[in-house]
Ligand binder design. Structure first.
Ligand code: GDP
Ligand code: MG
Length: 670
C-alpha cells in the first residue's frame, strides 16, 4: 500500500515522514525545504510505503512543487492520502483539504502540532470535525511522535476498505457556485470518465481556468465555449470573479466546520513573541544591519575561533598518523613507488581535504540554527526588496544562501522559485556564491599569506562573489531576462527553539556527504594526479616533477594564466583538478609541492611570485567554473546542454577578467 503525505508548506510533513519511516530527512522551519518526493517504508508495517511530497497551498499547477504533488496524486493514485495540517492555523490549511476531497481518493486528515494548540489553551472536537468533513481526523504531534501510530492504523484501515470521502459537495444549494459546478460537471462527465480523472476535481479546475486539465480532458472549442458561458453566468450572479467565487465558497464551508469544532486558542505566546522579535529582525532600519552582523559573527566564529581550533586538532591527528604509517612502511621496506602512493598520494591528498571537515560542520551548525529558528524565512522576506531591484524576488534568496554550502542542492532548491524566468536567473547566479568546498583553498592561502586575518579575507572573498553576482543579475535583467519577477508571498513561520535532533541530523548529513566525497571522487582524483605527477610519458618514475606527464599538460594551459600572475604549471594543474571537486585544488597543490598538507601554507609563498599573484589566484578560484556535480545539476534543471556550457564558459570568463583586473591594477599600486 502506498500513502501520500500532502499538506501546506512547513506544516510538518517531513517530521511525520521521519516519524513513520525512521528515516532522517531534512526538517526545516522554512517553507519549501522538500522539493522532491521521497519514498520510505513504514516501520512495523509490511508492504506499506509513504511518500513525502513538496508542500503546496492549492492544486493549481503554478509552481514546480504544485506540479510534482498534483501529478503524483493524479497519476500514481496512492491508496490513501494523509492530509497533514497545521492545527494552529487550521483555516488556511483546510483550503487544500477542500481540493483534495474532490479527488476521489481515500483521505485521512492529520491535525498536526496539537502540542502547540494545547499549550495555548485551544481544543479541537475531533469527532465533530470528522463528521463535518466526512473523513477520519486524527490529532497528532509529529515532532513528539504522539498519535502517529493511531494515524497510520486509521490510514491503513481507510485504504483497505477504500473508504472515499463521504461528501465532496460543499456549496449551498441554489447558490450560483453550486449551479455552475454542476453544470460544468455535467458537460465534461464523459471526458472525465474516459480519461480516468475525478469529475468534481475537473469541474473545479475548469472553473479556475486551469488549461492543463482542459487539455487533459481533450475538450474541443465548443465545449470550452459552453464552460465559458457558465462562468460568465457565475460571475454575473455572484458579483465576484470566478476564482474569488470558488474561494469564497470553500472558505464559507471551512468557517462553518471550524466554528463548530474548534475552540480558538488564545493568541499563542509563540506568535506574540515572534511579532516582538520581528519588530527588530525585520524592522525597516534594523533588518539589514542585523543580518550582516549575524553573518559576520558566524564567519568569525567559524573561521577564527571554533572551526579553526577543531581543524588544528584534526590536522595534528592526521599528521601524526601519517608519520606513524610512514615510519612503519619504511621499516617494512615497502617498494618505494607504492610507499610514495600511500604517503604522498593518499595521506596527503585525502588527509588535506579531511582536515577541513570541522570548518564545514561548524559553518553548517550555525546555518542550520538560523534555519530552524525561522530566521532564514525572515531573511528571504527582508531581502525581497533589494532583490527586486536586481530583477529577482525574495524566493531566490534561499537557494543562493544554500549555494554557500554547496551549489548542487542550491540548484535544486531553485525549484521553489515560482516563475521560469526567476528560476533560470537564480540558477545562473548560484555559482557566484562561494561554496564550502572552496573553504579549504581559502584557509590554506590565508594561513600562507594573511595569517590572523582569516575572517576578514574570507568575508572579502564572499562579498566579491556576491557583488559580481549582483552585477551579473543587472546585466542579465537588461538582456536575456527582461521582465518582472513574480510577487513574493511567503508565510513567516513562528520563531521556534531549534531542535537539537534536526540540527544534529543536518550536520551528520553534511559531514557524511563530505566524507563520501573525500573517499570517493577525491580519493580517485588524488591517485590519478599522483600517478601523472610521478611518471614521465615513458612511464618511468620521475625524480623532478617538472618532467612528469602532468607538467606537460599543465604547461600548455599555464600560458593562459600568465596575465593573471600565476603562470606556473602547478597552479593550472591544480585548477583543472578543481573541476572534479574544489577541495581537490588543495590536495593537488600539496602533492605537487611535494609536501605535507599540514605545511602547505609554508610552501606556498615560495611557489607564488608575489602575494598579489596569490590574491589573483584566489579570485580566480572563487569565480571559475562550478564543479562537475554542479554542472550536471544545472544541465538537468535547465534541460539544455547549450545553456549549461554557456554558464561554464561565462563563469570562466568572468573569473579570468576579474583576476586579471585584480592583478594588473594591483601591480600599478604595489
Ligand atoms: P514540512 O515543510 O511540511 O516538511 O515541515 P517540516 O517537517 O520541515 O516541519 C516544519 C517545522 O515544524 C519544523 O520546525 C518542525 O520542527 C516543526 N514541527 C513539525 N511537527 C511539529 C509538531 O508536531 N509540533 C511542533 N511544535 N512543531 C512541529
Ligand atoms: Mg518537508
Amino acid at each position: 500500500m502506498r500513502f501520500a503525505l500532502a499538506g501546506n508548506q512547513n506544516c510538518g510533513k517531513t517530521a511525520l515522514f521521519n516519524a513513520l519511516t525512521g528515516m532522517r530527512c531534512h526538517v526545516g522551519n522554512f517553507p519549501g525545504v522538500t522539493v522532491e518526493q521521497k519514498i520510505g517504508e513504514i516501520r512495523g508495517k509490511t508492504d506499506c510505503s509513504v511518500v513525502d511530497l513538496p508542500g503546496i497551498y492549492s492544486l493549481r499547477p503554478y509552481t514546480q512543487e504544485e506540479i510534482v504533488t498534483r501529478d503524483y496524486i493524479l497519476n500514481e493514485k496512492p491508496d490513501c492520502i494523509i492530509n497533514i495540517t497545521d492545527a494552529t492555523n487550521i483555516e488556511r490549511n483546510l483550503y487544500l483539504t477542500m481540493q483534495l476531497l474532490e479527488l476521489d481518493v481515500p483521505i485521512v486528515l492529520a491535525l498536526n502540532m496539537m502540542d502547540e494548540v494545547r499549550a495555548n489553551g485551544g481544543t479541537v472536537d475531533v469527532e465533530k470535525m470528522s463528521r463535518e468533513l466526512g473523513i477520519p481526523v486524527v490529532p497528532i504531534s509529529a515532532l513528539k511522535g504522539e498519535g502517529v501510530s493511531e494515524l497510520i492504523d486509521r490510514a491503513i484501515e481507510t485504504a483497505k476498505s477504500h473508504t472515499l470521502p463521504i461528501r465532496a459537495d460543499f456549496c449551498d444549494r441554489n447558490s450560483p457556485c453550486h449551479r455552475c459546478i454542476h453544470a460544468v460537471m455535467h458537460l465534461v462527465q464523459d471526458h472525465a470518465e474516459a480519461e480516468g480523472l475525478p469529475l468534481r476535481f475537473c469541474a473545479s479546475k475548469l472553473i479556475e481556468s486551469d488549461n492543463d486539465i482542459a487539455d487533459r480532458l481533450r475538450l474541443d472549442a465548443n465545449e470550452r465555449e459552453l464552460i465559458e458561458h457558465c462562468l460568465v453566468q457565475l460571475e454575473a450572479e455572484s458579483g465576484l470573479d470566478r476564482n474569488a467565487a470558488l474561494a469564497d465558497m470553500r472558505y464559507s464551508f471551512i468557517e462553518s466546520v471550524v466554528g463548530a469544532s474548534v475552540v480558538r486558542c488564545r493568541e499563542s505566546r509563540e506568535h506574540r513573541r515572534s511579532v516582538a522579535i520581528d519588530r527588530i529582525l525585520t524592522g525597516k532600519y534594523t533588518a539589514i544591519p542585523v543580518f550582516l552582523g549575524v553573518m559576520l559573527l558566524i564567519f568569525w566564529l567559524t573561521f577564527n575561533v571554533i572551526g579553526a581550533a577543531l581543524q588544528r586538532l584534526l590536522q595534528f591527528g592526521i599528521d601524526k598518523l601519517s608519520d606513524v604509517v610512514d615510519a612503519a612502511l619504511t621499516s617494512f621496506g615497502l617498494n618505494p613507488v607504492v610507499h610514495s602512493l600511500i604517503i604522498d598520494g593518499i595521506f596527503n591528498g585525502v588527509g588535506s581535504v579531511l582536515s577541513f571537515l570541522p570548518i564545514i560542520v561548524t559553518l553548517f551548525f550555525f546555518l542550520s540554527i538560523l534555519e530552524d529558528t525561522g530566521y532564514m524565512a525572515r531573511v528571504a522576506f527582508v531581502m525581497d526588496k533589494p532583490l527586486r531591484r536586481l530583477g529577482l524576488s525574495g524566493r531566490s534568496f534561499v537557494p543562493m544562501l544554500i549555494g554557500f554550502g554547496c551549489s548542487v542542492p542550491a540548484v535544486m532548491a531553485t525549484r521553489t522559485v515560482s516563475s521560469d524566468r526567476d528560476r533560470k536567473m537564480t540558477m545562473m547566479l548560484v555559482p557566484f556564491m562561494s561554496c564550502s568546498a572552496k573553504i579549504p583553498i581559502y584557509s590554506v592561502f590565508v594561513a600562507a599569506f594573511f595569517p590572523g586575518r582569516g575572517a576578514l579575507v574570507m568575508f572579502a572573498l564572499y562579498v566579491t562573489g556576491i557583488v559580481l553576482g549582483i552585477l551579473m543579475a543587472l546585466i542579465l535583467g537588461h538582456t536575456s531576462f527582461r521582465g518582472k519577477p513574480v510577487p513574493f508571498v511567503m508565510e513567516l513561520p513562528n520563531y521556534r527553539f531549534p531542535s537539537p535532533r534536526s540540527v544534529g541530523l543536518l550536520l551528520w548529513e553534511k559531514a557524511r556527504d563530505f566524507l563520501e566525497r573525500a573517499f570517493s571522487v577525491i580519493f580517485v582524483a588524488t591517485v590519478i594526479i599522483w600517478f601523472l605527477q610521478s611518471f614521465d610519458y615513458r612511464l618511468n618514475p620521475v625524480t623532478d616533477s617538472s618532467q612528469s606527464l602532468l607538467a606537460i599538460v599543465g604547461q600548455w594551459i599555464a600560458v593562459l594564466f600568465k596575465p593573471l600572475g600565476f603562470g606556473d604549471w602547478r597552479f593550472s594543474t591544480a585548477l583543472i583538478s578543481g573541476f572534479i571537486a574544489k577541495e581537490q585544488v588543495v590536495s593537488t597543490l600539496a602533492v605537487l609541492a611535494g609536501c605535507d598538507t599540514g605545511v602547505l601554507h609554508t610552501a606556498l609563498p615560495a611557489m607564488f611570485p608575489s602575494t598579489l599573484a596569490a590574491v589573483s589566484f584566489l579570485v580566480f578560484t572563487l569565480l571559475y567554473t562550478p564543479c562537475v556535480a554542479t554542472v550536471a545539476a544545472l544541465r538537468r534543471e535547465f534541460n539544455s546542454r547549450l545553456s549549461t556550457l554557456g554558464i561554464v564558459f561565462t563563469q570562466c570568463g568572468v573569473a579570468w577578467v576579474a583576476a586579471c583586473l585584480v592583478y594588473q591594477i594591483g601591480r600599478l599600486f604595489l
